[in-house]
Design a protein around this ligand. Structure first.
Ligand code: ADP
Ligand code: MG
Length: 349
């Protein structure tokens, strides 16, 4: 069967058939608007993201299942960064008429698997034909008690600057794919596999690729840190630490000093980057798409933060200090400033 045989409404029904009933969803896919019940006392948080073929993904690198996962993961990450609980999503798709049904099915499977893992219900969307590549738009809604929502604007001078997990993995994976052109193949049974380029067949590369192609939103960490009242500001690291901490600094009316040596990298990052002529600090500081959390907290909160991160099963590292004066400086181990050539990803530049 092809997309053309199904038509718009057949495709919507096909997606709807995979969605299971979820508590709190009063009317899901099928009516003019979804009806959902916000938990009493909570406020609604809403965010939307677009993913465009050729800009955010390539079919030759992103297999449809992981693309479906990632499409929702990046939106869930925004809700996590506010310390809120993701609840409902809308999925809008502009699909080229020639796109195979297997691709759409795998995409939907991945999207709904990510949704189930994070307690999100798909409650609607829009579907149309595209004349120019696949366009994915995801709107996410979450909820949290008003006093627990963490914004970008609360950082105070003297706060520690923290990041969860590791940085630079996705940027290094992207450079491996760009260098060697990894490829997604579909066999006769509609099963997709990712063939790694020779540059990606070293140990650690698979981990790096999964960080780029299949990111994990830090839902539990974001929520627990917020609910424990430990953090003053938070953001997810989608455009690189320097750019994203820069947003916290700007909105909080502060600055920051980051310590180059303190920035956490994965073993895979160090192994694979060890083959390069010099350590790619640039990727760690300004590489995008790691979807970790960057947050600020009073130094007295260190122990409590470590306890929470232990429960969440991921690391968090203090990487610098919030300063009273604006501007973000990166210091090397000898105390001298590190000069950057780029601060992070920025469309139109
Ligand atoms: P309308 O004509 O009112 O815009 P549609 O025919 O576009 O309605 O959509 C019918 C129903 O299917 C709505 O509930 C809509 O939210 C849902 N829907 C459409 N596309 C998708 C999609 N890609 N994923 C999930 N739900 C969808
Ligand atoms: Mg519509």
């Amino acid at each position: 069967m092809k997309l053309g045989d199904l038509g718009e409404f057949g495709l919507i029904s096909r997606i709807a058939a995979e969605v299971s009933a979820v508590e709190g969803v009063i009317t899901g896919i099928g009516d003019d608007a979804a009806v959902t019940a916000l938990t009493p006392g909570m406020q609604l948080l809403t965010s939307t993201d677009m993913l465009l073929e050729g800009v955010h993904f390539r079919h030759s690198w992103h297999d449809p299942y992981r693309l479906g996962r990632k499409s929702l993961a990046v939106s869930i990450s925004d809700i996590a960064a506010m310390g809120a609980v993701p609840r409902w999503a809308l999925l809008s798709l502009a699909i080229p008429a020639g796109c195979s049904l297997e691709v759409v099915d795998e995409f939907t499977k991945g999207f709904l698997a990510m949704a189930a893992e994070h307690g999100v219900a798909l409650v609607g969307g829009d579907t149309c034909a595209s004349r120019n590549g696949l366009v994915i738009s995801v709107t996410i809604m979450g909820e949290q008690r008003p006093e627990l929502i963490v914004r970008r604007c609360g950082a105070c001078p003297g706060d520690d600057i923290w990041v969860t997990g590791t940085l630079g993995d996705a940027a290094l994976a992207l450079s491996l794919l760009e260098g060697g052109g990894g490829k997604v193949n579909m066999d006769d049974n509609g099963i997709f596999t990712h063939t790694s380029p020779p540059s990606c067949q070293r140990s650690g590369s698979e981990f790096l690729l999964s960080r780029l192609l299949n990111p994990t939103p830090r839902t539990k960490s974001g929520r627990m840190l917020a609910e424990a009242g430990l953090v003053t500001a938070m953001i997810d690291v989608s455009d690189g630490l320097l750019a994203d901490f820069g947003h916290i600094a700007e909105l909080s009316g502060v600055g920051g000093t980051l310590h180059l040596d303190a920035l956490p990298t994965s073993g895979a990052f160090r192994t694979v980057s060890g083959k390069l002529s010099s350590f790619p600090h640039q990727m760690v500081l300004a590489g995008g798409e790691d979807y970790e959390l960057c947050f600020t907290a009073h130094p007295e909160r260190r122990e409590k933060i470590a306890e929470i991160m232990k429960i969440c099963g991921i690391g968090a590292t203090p990487v610098g200090i919030v300063t009273k004066f604006p501007g973000v400086t990166v210091l090397q181990s000898d105390g001298s400033p590190y000069e950057l050539t780029t601060s992070g990803f920025n469309h139109f530049i």
